[in-house]
Ligand binder design. Structure first.
Ligand SMILES: [Zn+2]
Length: 337
C-alpha cells in the first residue's frame, strides 16, 4: 500500500508536497541529522552535532506572485564545513558565481580556451590527510611556477575534493584530489599543447613522486559546429565537476564505523582552504568564509531580485519524525498594509 503520512494525518502539510522542487531541503536536512548523530558518537565532536542540529530548523518563504512560486527568504545556517545542508547551499552558490564569471571571462579573453585537469596522489590513511594536502598544495605551487605551466596557462581555479575508497581494506583511507579549470592561451591546442603524459610528468616532478599518479586532462574545446549555448553547456559541465561537495555525504555516513572516519577528517582538514585561484582569475570567487548567510539563501541575482517583496512569509519547520519540512503557520508573517 503506497500511502504517505499525509493520508494518515490531514493536519500535516509537507513542503515537498506543496512545492515538489523543494524536496532537496528534506533530503539534505535529513542527512544532516544523520551526520549529527555520528558527530555525537564522540564527545569531542559534540559541538559540531549541536550546531548541525540547529541548522536550517525552519525555512521562511515569500511568494513570487508572477510565477506563483515559493522564494526562500530566511534560514539559519550552522556553517559547519561538512554539514550536508551548508555544503549543498555553498556549492550551489559557488557554481552560480562561476557561471556569472565565466561569461565575463569569455568576453575579456575571447580567444582563450579552457582545460579541465584532475590531479591525484596515492591514497593515504585518513590520519595523514593534512600532511598529504599540504604536500599537494606545495606541489601545486611548484607546478604553477614552472616555465612550462606559466607559458600556457593564464589563470586557474582549483578545488580540493576528498573521497573515500570503496575497497574494504581502504575504508580508513582517503582519496584526495585537485580539480582545476585552467584558462589557457589560444595557442594551447596547436603550438603549446601539453598532452596527458606531459601533464603527469609535470605533476610527478612538482610533487617529487617516485610513482605514477592518476592525472586526467580534458579539453573544454568549443566545437565550431555547435551553438554558443551548446558550447557553454560543456563549460558548465566542467564547473559542475570542479565545484562538488568537498566530501560527499555518502562517504561520511557510510560503512557504520561510528563516525571514526568523519571525526578524523574533520580534525585533519580544520581551517584548511579548499579553493585556490591564480593568474588572471585570482580572487574571482569569494572564499568559503566570505560566503554569507544571505548568499546561501539567494543563490542567484535573480533570487535576490525577487527577494524585494511585501514581507509576507510562509513558514516550515523540519520535523525529525517525518524527516521532512512541515508547514508551520506559527512562523508566518503577513504583508505590511
Ligand atoms: Zn549547516
Amino acid at each position: 500500500m503506497n500511502q504517505s503520512c499525509h493520508n494518515f494525518n490531514p493536519e500535516i502539510n509537507f513542503l515537498s508536497e506543496l512545492s515538489p522542487t523543494e524536496i532537496s531541503w528534506d533530503q539534505h536536512r535529513s542527512m544532516a541529522e544523520d551526520l549529527a548523530v555520528l558527530y555525537n558518537r564522540n564527545i569531542k565532536f559534540g559541538k559540531y552535532a549541536d550546531r548541525i542540529n540547529g541548522c536550517s530548523g525552519y525555512l521562511k518563504f515569500g511568494v513570487d506572485a508572477d510565477q506563483g512560486k515559493l522564494v526562500l527568504k530566511e534560514v539559519w545556517f550552522c556553517r559547519c564545513r561538512y554539514c550536508t545542508v551548508c555544503q549543498w547551499r555553498r556549492t550551489l552558490k559557488m557554481r552560480a558565481m562561476m557561471y556569472q564569471n565565466i561569461d565575463k571571462i569569455i568576453q575579456s579573453h575571447p580567444t582563450h580556451r579552457w582545460v579541465f585537469l584532475t590531479l591525484t596522489v596515492k591514497n593515504p590513511h585518513v590520519s595523514d590527510t593534512r600532511q598529504t594536502l599540504k604536500e599537494m598544495n606545495a606541489g601545486w605551487q611548484r607546478m604553477v611556477q614552472s616555465k612550462r605551466f606559466k607559458g600556457v596557462v593564464d589563470g586557474f581555479i582549483r578545488t580540493t575534493e576528498i573521497t573515500r575508497p570503496e575497497k574494504k581494506s581502504e575504508r580508513m583511507n582517503v582519496h584526495p584530489h585537485f580539480h582545476a579549470m585552467l584558462l589557457v592561451k589560444s595557442t594551447y591546442f596547436n603550438r603549446d599543447y601539453i598532452n596527458q603524459v606531459e601533464w603527469t610528468d609535470m605533476w610527478i616532478k612538482a610533487m617529487r613522486l617516485d610513482y605514477y599518479p592518476q592525472v586526467d586532462i580534458r579539453a573544454v574545446k568549443p566545437n565550431p559546429r555547435k551553438t554558443v549555448d551548446e558550447n557553454k553547456s560543456k563549460l558548465h559541465g566542467a564547473v559542475l565537476e570542479t565545484f562538488k561537495y568537498s566530501i560527499k555525504p555518502f562517504d561520511m555516513l557510510a560503512y557504520d564505523d561510528s563516525g571514526e572516519w568523519l571525526h578524523e577528517i574533520t580534525t585533519q582538514t580544520h581551517k584548511m582552504r579548499f579553493i585556490a585561484t591564480g593568474g588572471v582569475l585570482r580572487g574571482i570567487l569569494k572564499s568559503d568564509d566570505e560566503i554569507t548567510n544571505e548568499d546561501m539563501i539567494h543563490i542567484t541575482d535573480d533570487d535576490l531580485e525577487r527577494s524585494k517583496d511585501n514581507g509576507e512569509r510562509i513558514g516550515f519547520s523540519y520535523m525529525a519524525q517525518y524527516r521532512r519540512y512541515v508547514y508551520n503557520p506559527k512562523l508566518n508573517e503577513y504583508a505590511e498594509p
